[in-house]
Ligand binder design. Structure first.
Ligand code: PRX
Length: 644
């Protein structure tokens, strides 16, 4: 089957869908013709203390200013909790499935509301006020959702740091936003192993004087030191707190959270999302893209440390009154059939995961999947990286028994929620394509000079106008926001991705066109890995590029020049891999390190990454022009010593 094959909507399966092809077209037309009217109505999906009268006030020009629903007043935790109590207080809000298949729990909306209120009172009692930053460094436990919503309830801005990040990565993220409080756990559990969260946090906090209080969840019970006056047990504080808590009235444009993400240069930047537009977007897209129907069980396998966990484990599903499944573990523990076992156990209707997981499970064959019925499944989703047609078809055929539409959802931390995706039952599918924009989203392709490309074309993916879920700024650095997203193609939001559009107007995301890698769906800047490497005393220079990787999508290929007098060795290679893991976290471990006595540079000293990428990908017969290099002989040397 070529990638142009079409899998048409199956009308018998689309029955009962909220949106069919005609309704989708109608929505897209209305959103384009009358954005104010369209978004005024959609804003009604969340709970407002004061509904907005001013809807859209955005400009991609000059200083770039993005405001949605700006005179509205709300609290995100009310939309996720209080608004459901009357109708579905006893419905399960969160199903928690532990790393250990014998441990799970269920929390109703009423219970979740109470737990959030208690923790919100705790935060207030520790002096946390509206606008203060609170960092969360937590495993995938219910307390993570409680902590997020408790911050939202008191108007604090949460910044979640993925539990797989190192103490250094944690401290730089705390320092950047001056958090006054950290919420962590004794340890996390993943794939049968423990993650030393509190120990990492203690190390990080040595360089974070802004943090005055640490709340520690007793999760595994593994003993951890508690610092008198600074560290408090979650359960002790929350048991003592009142079970009711007045939500802080927030303006729609008050910040809800910061989430650090990697770019092509410098340190990770604090992507800032605000309250009103983000909540509308999370709710709108969760309902449309997954065709979410009341009473259904929805499972997104992401971690709350990434944006997917924010929008599609917590805020979107809870705003929509869904039952959201939170999974502590990994897809291959204790066996490679874990996902399907969980699907059957909890009767999951909607399953949302990453291509890297699908590829890994595909390698194990069909038997572990077929062992389970998966009869409850209705919609399957994919996110985080391009999905190759083979993996798409396996997901469709083997996991979904050709019964479940696949929604390949394209979006980014910056976009707050999904922008390009099929809607189940409304859009014909093509394996490997994210298909069409959602109503209200205006993607376009431009060439290197910023000229708009028409019809079938290949180019840089930009968005022409704002949507409610868009990030508002880089925390404390609006100039960087403008520079990063609006200066390459002035007046347009530049995603950093390349894409192809076919004759049917379908988008095929081809991957990043900047120096950002996507390793197993995790986004990483080459510059970050390079600076970790050169921080090692034996490294003089390093250049990092992506290389094709069967499972991870992209692997990390590092060229390392040692300081004079140092000799390459297997021991040093291992030491450098361990060093990067310690500096950034295990997700940044280089897959290959090539010793490079010299790097290909232009006469002005700029490293020609294009050449390094070609060598890493073993495409050395198409290196292109190397005549502008200061010393073309280094290329021969690098080709001769390619790793792998
Ligand atoms: O390159 C695109 C890729 O992931 C990047 C965004 O990464 P992050 O901000 O970490 O958010 C990941 C979860 C939304 C994008 O610039 N990406 C994400 N979804 C897709 C994708 N590439 C292709 N197809 C997708 N469905």
């Amino acid at each position: 089957m070529t990638d142009h094959s079409v899998i048409p909507v199956k009308p018998e399966l689309a029955q009962g869908n909220r949106v069919d092809a005609a309704r989708r077209a109608e929505m897209a037309e209305r959103a384009a013709r009358d954005p104010e009217g369209f978004w005024r109505e959609e804003a009604g999906r969340i709970a407002w203390m004061t509904p907005p009268t001013r809807i859209k006030n955005t400009s991609f020009e000059g200083d770039v200013s993005i405001k949605w629903f700006e005179d509205g007043v709300l609290n995100a935790s009310v939309s996720c909790l209080d608004q459901h109590l009357a109708e579905r207080g006893d419905q399960v809000a969160i199903i928690w499935e532990g790393d250990d298949p014998n441990s799970d729990s269920k929390v109703t909306y009423r219970e979740l509301h109470e737990r959030v209120c208690r923790m919100a009172n705790v935060l207030r009692s520790l002096g946390v006020k509206k606008g203060d930053r609170v960092t969360l460094y937590l495993p995938m436990i219910v307390e993570a959702a409680v902590a997020m919503l408790a911050c939202a309830r008191v108007g604090a801005v949460h910044s979640i740091v993925f539990g797989g990040f190192s103490p250094d990565s944690l401290s730089s993220r705390i320092q950047d936003c001056d958090s006054t409080l950290l919420i962590t756990a004794d340890q996390g559990r993943r794939g049968g192993r423990t993650v030393p969260l509190k120990t990492n946090a203690d190390e990080a906090l040595r360089s974070c004087p802004s943090v005055k209080n640490v709340i520690v969840v007793r999760n595994t019970g593994g003993g951890v030191p508690m610092e008198e006056g600074r560290d408090h047990w979650w359960h002790t504080l929350s048991e003592a707190a009142a079970a009711d808590c007045e939500p802080e009235p927030m303006s729609a444009e008050d910040p809800l959270f910061i989430l650090y993400t990697s770019g092509s240069t410098g340190k990770p930047k604090g992507v800032l999302h605000t309250t009103g537009g983000y909540m509308v977007w999370a709710s709108f897209t969760h309902e449309l893209v997954f065709d979410y129907r009341p009473g259904e069980i929805y499972w997104c396998t992401a971690d709350v440390g990434w944006v997917t966990g924010h929008s599609y484990i917590v805020y979107g599903p809870l705003a929509n009154g869904a039952t959201t499944l939170m999974f502590e573990g990994v897809p291959n523990y204790p066996g490679v059939d874990r996902c399907w076992q969980v699907v059957d156990k909890h009767k999951v209707n909607i399953f949302y995961t990453a291509p890297t997981a699908i590829r890994a499970l595909m390698r194990e064959g069909e038997a572990p999947v077929k062992k389970w019925s998966r009869q409850s499944l209705r919609v399957l989703g994919s996110v985080g990286e391009p999905i190759n047609p083979e993996a798409w078809l396996w997901y469709y055929r083997v996991v979904g028994d050709e019964r479940c539409p696949i929604v390949d959802t394209w979006w980014q931390t910056e976009t707050g929620g999904i922008l390009i995706s099929p809607l189940p039952g409304a859009v014909d599918l093509k394996p490997g394509s994210a298909t069409l924009p959602l109503p209200g989203v205006q993607p376009a392709l431009v060439d290197g000079e910023g000229q708009l490309l028409e019809g079938a074309a290949d180019g840089n993916l930009v968005i022409l106008d704002s949507w409610p879920g868009q990030m508002r700024t880089v925390y404390k650095d609006h100039e960087r926001f403008i520079q990063t997203y609006f200066s390459t193609f002035p007046g347009k939001y530049f995603s950093g991705d390349g894409a192809r559009r076919d004759a049917d107007g379908y988008y095929w995301i081809t991957g990043r066109v900047d120096d950002v890698l996507n390793v197993s769906g995790h986004r990483m800047g080459t510059a970050e890995i390079e600076s970790a490497l050169v921080a090692h005393p034996k490294v003089a220079e390093a250049a990092v590029v992506g290389m094709p990787h069967e499972l991870k999508g992209q692997g990390i290929y590092a060229y390392v020049t040692l300081t004079s007098g140092e000799e390459p060795s297997e021991a040093l290679r291992k030491e450098l891999v361990a060093w990067v893991r310690k500096e950034i976290g295990p997700i940044a471990s280089p897959d290959a390190i090539q010793w490079a006595p010299g790097l290909p540079k232009t006469r002005s000293g700029k490293i020609m990454r294009r050449i390094l990428r070609k060598i890493a990908a073993n495409e050395t017969d198409s290196l292109g022009d190397i005549s502008t290099l200061a010393d073309p002989t280094v290329v021969e040397e690098l080709i001769g010593n390619r790793v792998g």
